[in-house]
Design a protein around this ligand. Structure first.
Ligand code: FE
Length: 252
């Protein structure tokens, strides 16, 4: 799938970069937000997508104009190539506070680690060349320290693993009911609890959202499908809610 433009006006552009995942890697999406010549890269992925993603990004913006790199959480499909991205750009990265002390195990050099800013639990607002972006708490959805990004210009909510789907062949959800089958197993096992989903739903309901763009699988497009996804999440039992099924001694 080639790079897609999700939103564009005179000074603002949102791109879903070409999919460079391959083989047995979990499919993962890399997103780029551009504003007035500056860029923010979201969840850039692991080593095997790094050079292709960098090359693709370079066709839209010089790597030196990459101002921010956002790491929603600590998983390898997000942070594994952190050192490379920090080496070839001057970007400032953001990572949930909980994971700062772990990321050096992925080989982030001491002299680069100071360019990774710890995000406090409550999130924050950042400015990309004057355009405000909200970093929203989404802890335990799934990671214990986990954030999403809401862009009020494009009205895209970059939802990380929430809303992820696996195994579908399309990039945009047309039929929400039919799409549930591709999200359900992942959400029931990886998301931590219905309590976190309910808190998230209450938090995002006041936002005007046109697209929910997860880090894996298809995007949920249009206000109606977005509302349906929020309602579905709010009612979903997952994680801790279902643990009785697996907490049993294996037979020896
Ligand atoms: Fe993850």
């Amino acid at each position: 799938m080639p790079t897609q433009v999700l939103f564009e006006n005179a000074e603002h552009k949102n791109l879903l970069l070409e999919d460079f995942t391959s083989g047995r890697m979990v499919q993962a999406n890399q997103h780029l937000i551009l504003h007035n010549g500056k860029a923010m890269l979201l969840d850039p992925g692991g080593h095997k997508v790094y050079s292709a993603a960098l090359e693709e990004l370079s066709t839209y913006v010089s790597p030196s104009a990459l101002q921010y790199i956002f790491f929603s959480h600590q998983d390898p499909d997000i942070v594994a190539a952190a050192n490379g991205w920090l080496m070839v750009t001057d970007a400032q990265a953001f990572l949930p506070q909980l994971w700062i002390r772990f990321i050096t195990h992925f080989g982030v050099d001491d002299f680069l680690v100071d360019r990774i800013e710890a995000l406090p639990d409550q999130g924050r607002v950042i400015e990309l060349a004057g355009s405000k972006l909200a970093i929203l708490p989404a802890h335990f959805l799934h990671s214990a320290g986990n954030f999403q990004v809401y862009d009020p210009v494009s009205k895209i909510l970059y939802s990380g693993d929430l809303g992820a789907s696996l195994g579908q062949t399309y990039v945009t959800v047309e039929n929400f009911d039919d799409h549930i089958q591709y999200m359900e197993g992942f959400h029931r096992r990886y998301m931590s609890s219905n309590k976190a989903l309910k808190l998230w739903a209450t938090m995002v309901k006041p936002l005007e959202i046109e697209i929910i763009a997860p880090q894996h699988g298809a995007m949920i497009v249009g206000k109606e499908n977005v509302q349906r996804f929020i309602a579905w999440s709010e009612g979903l039992a997952c994680g801790l809610d279902l643990l009785e099924r697996v907490y049993r001694l294996p037979r020896v």
